[in-house]
Design a protein around this ligand. Structure first.
Ligand SMILES: [Zn+2]
Length: 310
């Protein structure tokens, strides 16, 4: 399947190159395109790039960025992009980035996670189950990659990391489009102010006596968030798989011991296990979406849920 995509991609790049010299006098939205991996990265990039580029996410809303395979159409679009910004270590990138680089040599690739203090976690296997059975043939490959790397990939759910990501985006944009450097620097500063503001709101919320110190989550997408604010993230998933009955039982004990009140679930994942635990412990299942474009809103929502309302 993938091999077919690559042939298509190679063929299209060849065609694309021939066309590009002619394309200059065409007026169909001449804005150069930057492709990014996920929606939160599109948010950060748009905030700094403004109207100078059109920013496209590779992984569409509702798809898991660990399992996603690009469509042939997306590969065509990618070949027309000016640059690719990756978020760092997410499964899609582990599986696809080498192929994308090989097949689009004119594309400039930037890793926006550069300089982030990474969490290494060999148990974070990230193989997804359930609805994605169609991708079963891929999961073996995905697993190998993720085990080899062992980096906790959800770097964007952290205000601290977001500033580093923003800095990397700024540098990338300046190297692509030096002429507009001042504009990008200005927008970068605004974005950083906003991120800092969000961070201070979260700090304030989580420092009240009513705030939880631990939370449960199906898929551990808030590792960096938990590190930033000194919280304990308890993952229901066990090595990327559904919890065994004995693990489920120990989770219920942990829940009581750590006074967990909230169990987060994400749209791409199972919520049945979360509901079983919630029922037995009187905790609350709360849907969140760390892959939302509205990064600030989402970060604030998550924090808000961890504060007891009187
Ligand atoms: Zn994940």
């Amino acid at each position: 399947m993938k091999r077919t995509f690559l042939y298509i991609l190679t063929a299209l790049i060849a065609v694309g190159c021939k066309n590009s010299s002619v394309q200059n006098n065409k007026s169909d939205d001449d804005k150069p395109v930057i492709t990014v991996t996920i929606e939160p990265l599109r948010y950060f990039t748009e905030a700094i790039a403004g109207d100078n580029f059109s920013i496209v996410s590779m992984v569409p809303k509702g798809s898991s960025p660990e399992m996603y395979d690009p469509t042939p159409q997306q590969l065509v679009e990618l070949a027309k992009s000016k640059a690719y910004f990756r978020i760092g270590y997410i499964g899609f990138e582990q599986t696809w980035m080498d192929k994308l680089t090989d097949n689009a040599p004119h594309l400039q690739f930037f890793d926006t996670s550069r300089g982030i203090d990474l969490i290494f976690d060999s148990s974070h296997a990230h193989h997804h189950h359930g609805d994605d059975e169609a991708h079963a043939h891929d999961s073996i490959q995905h697993d190998e990659h993720q085990h080899a790397v062992g980096v906790e990939p959800h770097v964007w759910s952290s205000a601290y990391n977001a500033q580093i990501i923003a800095g990397n985006i700024l540098n990338a944009l300046c190297s692509i489009d030096k002429a507009n450097e001042e504009v990008y620097v200005e927008r970068y500063k605004n974005l950083c102010n906003q991120i800092e503001h969000t961070d201070s709101l979260i700090c304030h919320m989580l420092s009240t006596p009513n705030a939880d110190r631990a939370f449960m989550i199906y898929h551990p997408a808030l590792s960096y968030f938990a590190r930033d604010y000194g919280l304990h993230q308890i993952s229901i998933e066990e090595d990327g798989k559904e919890p065994s009955p004995s693990h489920l039982k120990s989770l219920i004990d942990t829940c009581k011991k750590e006074k967990v009140r909230v169990i987060f679930v994400q749209p791409e994942f199972d919520r049945r296990n979360a509901e079983i635990i919630a029922k037995q412990t009187g905790t609350k299942v709360v849907p969140i979406n760390p892959l939302s474009y509205d990064w600030e809103q989402e970060m604030l929502n998550i924090a808000r849920e961890l504060v007891v309302k009187n």
